[in-house]
Design a protein around this ligand. Structure first.
Ligand code: TRP
Length: 330
């Protein structure tokens, strides 16, 4: 029997962060045996906002090298770059003709991102959820592992899948489901713990980049915002402390309660120093392995070539089916 299909992607808009690693990549690795997995670097999504071309190319390779260094296995999972598979934009156009303005207008990520992009808002930023829907529908995806900020886009994909099936028959596309990863996987900014850790935060001191040195990681955790209290506890009104506990929990697998009780009688300083140590221990081998891949582009290019071939194999069948359904002459 064929394994259920999983698909996910990260935008290579900057070097990946601890948030991308704990929220996505670390979980991707765990899903590989049970599912057939497609993991992408979504460079076409990245250009919905301003990018430097040289950096975009570098960041794309960095993302892929990180997937591999973290344990995504190219023998069982398909690792590829979105722009290597032309079917993504082919299907995105069709979905542009079946998605509605009203639906896209409701997307909260568009509302947030368009506010910070000044007067000239790119059309692609508005229609971006349809490119994401194309990513998902191309592979007959069963489950899409995403953080809660992307759940709305997966719901939109489901609505569009239902619409296409209603118009052209149930075998047109497969309706996917979101696979929301646990709350511990949502890493918050170290300086503004009410916001998700982001590659593009205004102040980089709140973000742990996977390429940061151990020293930089220690320093950022030392400066992490906590609160005026002293006692380590896990609660809604101590977002900074809670974030550090969540980070430890996501890495070690210990529950927040266990972690809290290990800090009885200790101060926030201990929590910060030890969280930094746990993060460094986890990231050091990944950092080294990422470097190794980046220094050997031949191997990386090979893996990407194979990944794209596998992806195209599946995607071209889906596109052909949908082309027929919508009435294109093929
Ligand atoms: N939009 C997602 C994000 O910004 C990235 C993404 C693009 C994605 N295509 C996808 C995630 C398909 C899951 C499945 O995080």
């Amino acid at each position: 029997m064929q394994k259920p299909i999983i698909l996910s992607g990260i935008q290579p808009t900057a070097k990946l962060t601890l948030g991308n690693y704990l929220g996505a990549v670390k979980n991707w690795v765990k899903l590989q045996n049970e599912y057939l997995c497609y993991y992408m670097a979504v460079d076409q999504h990245a250009i919905t906002v301003k990018q430097d071309p040289v950096q975009l190319r570098q960041n794309t390779l960095f993302a892929v090298a990180t997937y591999l260094a973290s344990g995504v296995d190219p023998k069982t999972s398909h690792i590829f770059v979105q722009s290597h598979v032309p079917q993504h934009t082919q299907l995105a156009w069709i979905l542009n003709c079946f998605g509605y303005m009203g639906e896209l207008n409701r997307m909260t990520q568009f509302k947030d991102k368009s506010q910070s992009s000044g007067k000239n808002i790119r059309v692609g930023l508005f229609t971006y959820p349809l490119l994401m829907a194309a990513d998902i529908l191309l592979y007959d995806t069963d489950l899409v592992p995403v953080g809660d900020d992307q759940k709305q886009h997966v719901e939109l994909t489901r609505d569009i899948a239902q619409r296409l099936c209603g118009l052209f028959g149930d075998d047109t596309v497969k309706e996917p489901k979101p696979y929301i990863t646990g709350p511990g996987a949502r890493v918050m900014d170290l300086l503004s713990p009410d916001r998700k850790m982001s590659k593009s935060a205004e102040n980089e001191k709140g973000t742990i980049f996977l390429a940061d040195t151990s020293k930089q990681v220690e320093k950022k955790f030392k400066q992490a915002v906590t609160d005026s209290g002293t006692e380590v506890s896990y609660s809604e009104d101590k977002l900074g402390v809670r974030n550090l506990i969540d980070i430890q929990s996501a890495i070690t697998g210990r529950s927040p309660d266990e972690i809290v009780s290990s800090y009885e009688g200790k101060m926030y300083g201990h929590l910060k120093v030890e969280t930094a140590a746990i993060v460094n221990e986890e990231l050091a081998p990944i950092r080294a392995e990422t470097e190794r891949y980046l220094n050997d582009p031949g191997e990386l290019e090979n893996i990407l070539k194979q990944g794209a071939e596998k992806a195209r194999e599946h995607a071209s069948k889906t596109i052909e089916r949908i082309y027929r359904k919508v009435g294109f002459h093929i």
